[in-house]
Design a protein around this ligand. Sequence first.
Ligand SMILES: *Cc1c(COP(=O)(O)O)cnc(C)c1O
Length: 352
Amino acid sequence: MKWEDNVRKVVPYVAGEQPNKANMIKLNTNECPYPPAPGVRKLAEEMDYDKLRLYPDTDSTILVKELADYYGVKPSQVFVGVGSDDVLATAFVTFFDSGRPILFPDITYSFYDVWADLYRIPYIKCALKDDWHLDVEAFKQPNGGVIFPNPNAPTGLFEELSTVEEILEANRDVVVIVDEAYVDFGGESCLPLLEKYDNLLVVQTFSKSRSMAGLRIGFCIGSEKMIKYLNDVKFSINSYTMNMPSQVMAVEAVRDDAYFKSVTAKIIATRERVKKEMEELGFTFPDSKTNFIFASHKTVPAKEIFEALREQDIYVRFWNKERINNCLRITIGTDEEMDTMLGFLRTYLKDR
Ligand SMILES: *Cc1c(COP(=O)(O)O)cnc(C)c1O
């Protein structure tokens, strides 16, 4: 026997690249192009570095309370983690332990099958319909749990709450996780459905709409019972997940609701304008309710456009995967960044 026979072998998730060039335009990982709320900057500048000697609050009490107040739930219904990836990974290991396959869309956040493989959770990928909306009927087959993003990534499509509820109604005996990473860009949260479904877990993040990807802050809201189970698992792995500066700065970001709303409104306005211009350039795409557009060109292959943009230090996301290998996921940046990209595409596409 070799030691390698005892290794838990996994195929890891591949994140979008993080190049670090002076004048690059980075539209490949759905970060926010605007800085966090001004109060966050003040906290960063005035932080008492001596406090870094101490362990952070294991319960992230102030942040949990702030989020509970903001979303109108009890603190015992909120769980926070190091980005929503941490929250989702903890939820997978906590709630998907039946041995039955869990269900998620075939085209979706590509971390779901990685966690499922890591934790030895069987799964079935439910094919999206031709219009790239969820096929609700597929989510009615026997299963050990359900997860999907709403709006979905990378399609950008939002499902109406009646659709979410139909899936919940068909799956009352398993946990249903709705990953709302992009809900602040024009979708509608399914949080109100918590009153009716104690098996629903709603996951959100500070990485996209709150401009704080670098601090790694995510959270979820569910029934008190579910949150207790999540905490039991968390405190069995690592009690001190979220660091102290993140806890304090996240509270400030939630408090400045006016700034949050102005940033998301700005991104939505840019997105709607970019949609029109991309249509004129011959792109087609699902009607995004997120901070990205998932676009195909009518004649030029996505891979070629991806490489041409990359040469200009304009980074977008491209997957060489079945069904989506002619699509580019383009994050909405500032108006100026989008104009540079559109300007290049205008010339590039004309010359072809
Ligand atoms: C970005 C993203 C996440 C993870 O975000 P964190 O930075 O870990 O909070 C989760 N789900 C989806 C669908 C995402 O796009």
